[in-house]
Ligand binder design. Structure first.
Ligand code: AMP
Length: 370
């Protein structure tokens, strides 16, 4: 395993496999281009190592240019225009072979395709060492492929992570974390807190309830508590910036955890995006949003009951309770959409005994962990 900046990477494609792929590409180029004096164009920076290996194996006359994608301001209508920097070569009527280290989304290829077509080349083909079929979204044909790879973040053999890793002679992939991260979702009174307490023990996860963290801070009269109190007392959401910073700090406090149960977070799309980002930086993700589904009237009943003993002012007043439920549906139900789009939304019936609900939740979590 190696570490580049803040991320860990593990071996993925050996030097031997890479050499074999390059041999195959070079053989095909030798067969097709003998006596045709092609111009090889390597797209910097990533392709330098691959290009050098291909060209060493090419046996006929050829020319070589290395270029970088750059951009300049076009006219008002064309906006920013992409260009190839460093192309000191007339390409009209030439046979071009583009050498790429990796074709991913295909955005670069679309630009290069336009530039080469405008330059009037006689023909061109794309030869790429790595190709990600599941990430490729464009129509430009990729004729010569060394190796198809899954949509993983890779470094080495010319490819970098924020400038580092290009010198590695084999390819590494981002180390995947085995964390299980659950967003426990549902309106106030749905039983998130009760269930989270049981599930965190059962699955050895860290439970972060943003509501609890806020209340702890209010009780201890911290700066955070003071700035959150007025919102909480009215049953409104605390502003995103405050909440996100607090959540990130809680996650950071638990380095090395098996995973998290997020309870009461995210409640807005901005919070959901922020959560994705901070988990992504740890090489992990939200595995599922599990929502407890409960009728409104049962919620009000449960919260009023809890208010008798919880000492929470926002549980004592039916109007505040109804407002919290309203806020939940108005502002936070969009999150269902957010996670549904990623096939991560699981609705669970939240009515019944505590044990019954735990059993329903566990069957979803067991499935995720398998
Ligand atoms: P809860 O205990 O989850 O019902 O949260 C109690 C109160 O804390 C909410 O009504 C909000 O005022 C505030 N709060 C908790 N979590 C969040 C969040 N993710 N975003 C904004 N405000 C929150």
């Amino acid at each position: 395993m190696i570490k580049l900046h803040d991320l860990e990477f593990e071996p993925f494609i050996s030097e031997e496999e890479i050499t074999k792929a390059i041999d195959t590409i070079a053989k095909r180029l030798n067969d097709e281009y003998t006596g045709r004096k092609p111009v090889f164009i390597g797209i910097l920076n990533g392709s330098f190592m691959f290009a050098s290996e291909v060209i060493k194996r090419f046996e006929s006359d050829c020319e070589i240019s290395f270029v970088k994608m750059g951009s300049y301001e076009g006219t008002k209508t064309t906006g920013e225009v992409k260009t190839l920097l460093g192309l000191g070569q007339e390409l009209a009527g030439r046979e071009v072979v583009l050498l790429e280290d990796i074709v991913d989304t295909g955005n670069t290829l679309v630009e290069v395709d336009r530039i080469l077509t405008e330059a009037g080349v006689a023909s061109y083909q794309v030869a790429t060492l790595f190709f990600k079929p599941s990430a490729y979204k464009k129509d430009v044909p990729v004729q010569i492929i060394g190796m198809e790879i899954p949509n993983k973040f890779i470094v080495g053999y010319g490819l970098d992570y924020d400038g580092l890793g290009r010198n590695l002679t084999q390819v590494y992939k981002r180390k995947e974390s085995k964390m299980t991260n659950l967003v426990l979702f549902g309106p106030p009174g749905a039983g998130k807190g009760t269930q989270a307490t049981i599930l965190k023990e059962k699955y050895d996860l860290i439970h972060i309830s943003t509501g609890d963290v806020f209340r702890y801070n209010i009780k201890n009269q911290t700066e955070l508590g003071l700035s959150a109190k007025s919102f909480i007392d009215k049953g409104q959401l605390v502003p995103d910036e405050v909440t996100i910073n607090m959540l990130n700090a809680e996650v950071e406090k638990n380095e090395g955890a098996n995973g998290f149960i997020f309870d009461g977070f995210p409640r807005t799309e901005a919070q959901a995006e922020a959560l994705s980002e901070s988990l992504e930086a740890k090489g992990t993700e939200v595995n599922a949003m599990i929502a407890l589904e409960v009728e409104d009237e049962i919620l009000v009943e449960r919260l009023l009951e809890r208010g008798k003993t919880s000492g929470r002012p926002d549980d004592a007043d039916e109007r505040v309770i109804r407002n919290r439920i309203k806020v939940y549906y108005a502002e936070t139900a969009i999150l269902k959409n957010f996670y549904q789009k990623q096939n991560k939304y699981y609705g669970v019936n939240g009515e019944g005994s505590i044990e019954e609900i735990t059993t329903r939740l566990s069957s979803v979590i067991d499935e995720l962990m398998n």
